[in-house]
Design a protein around this ligand. Structure first.
Ligand SMILES: [Zn+2]
Length: 71
């Protein structure tokens, strides 16, 4: 006799989860993942960018992550 209430509850939770997944999933896809790492060209280290998908403006090479570049 409570099957309808259970169905409504489960359906509501599922719908809420789907909505959250939709918004957060879409937001994660639309925004590039930026974790503060710096990317630089192996041939031209002074060409740096925080965008992991960026290319070197001189040679067009894909920028690689500069590991532990403190100085
Ligand atoms: Zn380059």
């Amino acid at each position: 006799m409570d099957i309808l209430a259970i169905c409504v509850t489960v359906g509501g939770v599922a719908l809420m989860g789907l909505t959250l997944w939709f918004f957060f999933g879409k937001r994660r896809v639309s925004l590039p993942k930026v974790d503060g790492a710096l990317y630089s060209c192996p041939m031209h280290p002074w060409i740096t960018s925080k965008d992991p998908t960026a290319d070197c403006s001189i040679c067009g090479m894909k920028l690689v992550r500069a590991e532990g570049a403190d100085n």
